[in-house]
Design a protein around this ligand. Structure first.
Ligand code: G16
Length: 540
């Protein structure tokens, strides 16, 4: 087998964000751009010769070409066994599962998650370690160093590998194994959930619509929901993965899954509407004319987790990212379990999950997961809801309203300000950070600021420190605002403002409940001053 060395030069824009490296597809198509990243990852790892590497991808534009290059580089770098999904498809949570199932050294996932795909869309890459979880910051910092110094990579000469059939091929001294992306994952879900109870629910006429958003989860959802659990044929919509996701923004929320939201609020609404994102790690839940906020969803999962067979006697505690509303904290308090607040990014949950500090974690960005895989998992979260509904015979609205009655309601909203100028966005955050010390005790719009600080985090297990993870402003016990820069945009910047307000009244419209807090936060941030008038604003 011919291994050749290619000389290359570093790209200094390469860095790892909240979840890997995401850029416009065109940027990834530059000469050696992807190769530099992959070789830098390999150069940062030790002891992988002869070991297994898993390669997953959400099927977006550029996926197959990238997979071919990575297989050839992995063989040249001496990986012994490469596992890849048929036709290059493997959702992010399924990749995480395949890594641990096969005791792989790690995995490379090709995805820009919920970001749009296609020639003018985004592409991305991330590395997951042997636990199945995203590489920790200590490792991604080394990737970045290597990417900025790289001067060569290794590749083998061979024809493109056939990924259309399941089976093994020997190439040089390595084995390339093409697997059915859905099979192992389905089997695992069968071990976690009470599939018989969910089947009975569907037999009784329960109706569900699942929107796969033309992305990777279509084949998983059709098989699991329709073929295995008996949901009516046609329950899965937009179920065939398309390389540009049909031109849509594959992010399951009130803005981008509008057709599904309209269906949920129509007279013909099914009992449950659900959706996942591009790579299958996010999810959204809607009952009939009822949207379940991700923070409330996390709390419902915590409260009912032990009803799911796999978690009986195994609810150790929960965690949420700081910008996520604290409903789950209230559930944990009642259950006398620990509840942790982490920075944004799934990698921060890893040590807590691995060390049984928590069983469940989630984020406002529509992600939830458990120790079953070290990634957030959209289909799993929807199966949790189905299992809980089958067990309690309650609708999403009944479950959530009962919870509000018991604990009070925390109203949540995320406001996203998209700007073309990363510089202006950074300036906004910097000037806010500089003002922080003078904020406490100020009265704004009938609210008094009681505390304002940067959110720094020390991992309770590894003691690793992460500083500057957002700005937190507390207005007494019931109101909080958090501000941070998104780490997943491929160009420009998005300033995210997260509002939380706790109230004993549970029937207010979200906008109304958050109006005072929202005005007070606007006063402090003065967004137009820093970002100008050309910002695009969306609310989720
Ligand atoms: C990624 C991370 C999530 C995180 C999200 C935040 O999600 O995996 O843990 O909550 O980014 O996004 P942003 O920085 O834009 O607020 P994903 O689904 O894009 O991989």
């Amino acid at each position: 087998m011919d291994i050749f060395t290619v000389e290359t030069k570093p790209y200094l824009d390469q860095s790892f964000g909240t979840s890997g490296l995401r850029r416009k597809s065109d940027i990834f198509r530059q000469e050696n751009y992807l190769e530099n990243i992959v070789q830098s990852i390999f150069d940062s790892l030790q002891g992988f010769e002869g070991q297994t590497l898993v390669i997953g991808g959400d099927g977006r534009y550029g996926n197959n070409e990238a997979i071919q290059k990575i297989i050839k580089m992995a063989i040249a770098n001496q990986f012994g066994h490469i596992i890849v999904g048929q036709n290059g498809l493997l959702s992010t949570p399924a990749t995480s599962h395949v890594i641990t199932l096969n005791q792989a050294f790690g995995g490379i996932i090709l995805t820009a998650s919920h970001n749009p795909a296609g020639k003018n869309g985004d592409f991305g890459i991330k590395y997951n370690i042997a636990t199945g979880g995203p590489a920790p910051e200590s490792l991604t910092n080394i990737f970045i160093q290597k990417m900025h110094q790289i001067d060569r990579y290794w590749m083998i000469h061979t024809n493109d590998i056939d990924l259309s059939n399941v089976g093994e091929q020997t190439i040089g001294s390595s084995i390339v194994e093409v697997i059915d992306p859905v099979y192992d994952y389905t089997h695992y879900m069968e071990q976690i959930f009470d599939f018989n109870a969910i089947r009975k629910l569907f037999q009784k006429g329960f109706k569900m619509t699942y929107d796969a958003m033309n992305a990777v989860t279509g084949p998983y959802a059709k098989h699991i929901f329709e073929e295995v659990l008996g949901a009516q044929e046609g329950s899965v919509i937009r179920g065939t993965p398309i390389p540009d996701f049909g031109g849509i923004h594959p992010e399951p929320n009130l803005t981008y899954a509008k057709e599904l939201v309209d269906l949920a609020y129509s007279p013909s609404a099914p009992d449950l509407c659900a959706a996942s994102d591009g790579d299958g790690d996010r999810y959204m839940i809607l009952g009939k004319s009822f949207f379940v906020n991700p923070a409330d969803s996390l709390a419902i999962l915590a409260e009912n987790m032990e009803k799911i067979p796999f978690y009986k006697g195994r609810f150790y505690g929960a965690a949420r990212s700081m910008p996520t509303g604290g409903a789950v904290d209230l559930v944990c308090q009642r259950l006398k379990k620990d509840c942790y607040q982490t920075p944004t990014g799934w990698k921060f949950f890893g040590s807590l999950l691995e060390n049984q500090k928590i069983s469940l974690c989630g984020e406002e960005s529509f992600g939830a997961g458990s120790f079953h895989v070290m990634e957030k998992d959209g289909i799993w979260a929807i199966l949790c809801w189905l299992n809980i509904m089958a067990d309690t015979q309650k609708t999403p609205e009944e479950l959530v309203r009962n919870m509000w009655k018991r604990y009070g309601r925390i109203y949540n909203q995320t406001i996203n300000y998209d700007t073309d100028s990363a510089e202006k966005a950074k300036h906004l955050i910097d000037s806010l950070s500089a003002k922080l010390v003078s904020l406490p005790q100020k009265n704004i719009k009938n609210l008094t600021i009681t505390e304002a600080h940067l959110f720094d985090y020390t991992d309770p297990v590894t003691k690793a420190q992460s500083t500057n993870q957002g700005v937190l402003i507390q207005f007494g016990p019931n109101d909080q605002a958090m501000i941070r820069l998104s780490g997943t945009v491929s160009s420009g910047a998005t300033v995210k403002v997260y509002l939380h307000h706790k109230d004993t009244q549970t029937d207010l419209a979200t906008e109304k409940a958050l109006a005072t807090l929202s005005e007070a936060t606007q006063d402090i941030l003065n967004i137009p001053k820093y970002l100008g008038k050309n910002v695009r604003i969306t609310k989720t």
